[in-house]
Design a protein around this ligand. Sequence first.
Ligand SMILES: Cc1cc2nc3c(=O)[nH]c(=O)nc-3n(C[C@H](O)[C@H](O)[C@H](O)COP(=O)(O)O)c2cc1C
Length: 367
Amino acid sequence: MAGSTFGTIFKVMTWGESHGKGIGVVIDGCPAGIPLSEEDIQPFLNRRKPGQNRYTTKRAESDLVEILSGTFEGKTTGTPISLLVWNQDQRSRDYSTIAQLYRPGHADYTYDAKYGFRDYRGGGRSSGRETIARVAAGAVAEKLLAELGVAFTAYVRSIGPVEVDPANFDASRIEESSLRMPDEKAEQRALVWLENCLSAQDSSGGVVECIVEHLPAGLGEPAFEKLDANLAKALMSIGAVKAVEIGEGTNASRLHGSENNDCYQENEDGTVDKTTNHSGGILGGISDGSPLQIRASFKPTPSIAQPQSMLSRDGHCVTETIQGRHDPTVVTRAVVVVEAMTALTLADHLLLNMTSRLDQIKKVYGK
Ligand SMILES: Cc1cc2nc3c(=O)[nH]c(=O)nc-3n(C[C@H](O)[C@H](O)[C@H](O)COP(=O)(O)O)c2cc1C
């Protein structure tokens, strides 16, 4: 199975299935000297963990990370960093009814069409549990970026029709709130919406936004390796993500140039910045030093608890109900996944950018 590797210099390879022994990642290309312990990574995994509230899957996993290699005396050594999380609460019997059936909206049919086999227990590599490895690696990427003062804020921007009002934005409540929404009023309405989804044995989609501050200008290349192109690929590689927007996003197609352009302004202290940030911090595929603003739209969780018409492996339609434990919406747990994939992309571009100018190369070699 190809396609489990991501990145050029800061390169990660994830491995493991939902109902296998464990999930892990090997990070190659991480610079030496970054302070790193399991305590640095665990809080990120805790944000992704199942069973956090009524609206996340009830699967009981501690998701404790172990660092197997790549650190010595609390710092990275520049050698491959291997991270491991054991699976504990696999209830494969929940999946016995769908062993011979393809669930609507999930990857069952396409997996089988491609490989001629599928691990029906929880979706194998297409399970949301695969994102554990991304989050663990993303925590390391964020540690590297934090050394340069780069800071992340990721949150749930909308669930179903309920959207956060920027006027009520309170970043301090994101991690305290059960739905990771920075607007209390919106969250109350979203809770009602999700209760209705649950009683109808249905699920909901939503949008996760990630804002990255203090990102240096110059990350990204002008042609095929555009920063926005690589971020879009990174976020679209997360299960259930159906669209990615940067800055004004699709709304830019409805604006005039005079509305969408970010004009420059000179401040009294001589610094220069932009009056607005419709570009979301990227121009011509290269970061412009203003906050990066990126959004991922998630579809509703495909596994729902109501009877649905499924396709059997021998080509017949069967009405069946999916057992097992599933998130009524994936967005609350996906916040940290979006943040991790953004961090992995930025860490890679940060290192790639170091070779773009002779004066920087000379500086590294003291010439
Ligand atoms: C963090 C996370 C948790 C998820 N949990 C579930 C789940 O409990 N049940 C489910 O059917 N899909 C879940 N998904 C979505 C599926 O993985 C995804 O819809 C499926 O792989 C098909 O891929 P596609 O939607 O991108 O086409 C989750 C996704 C993420 C990112």
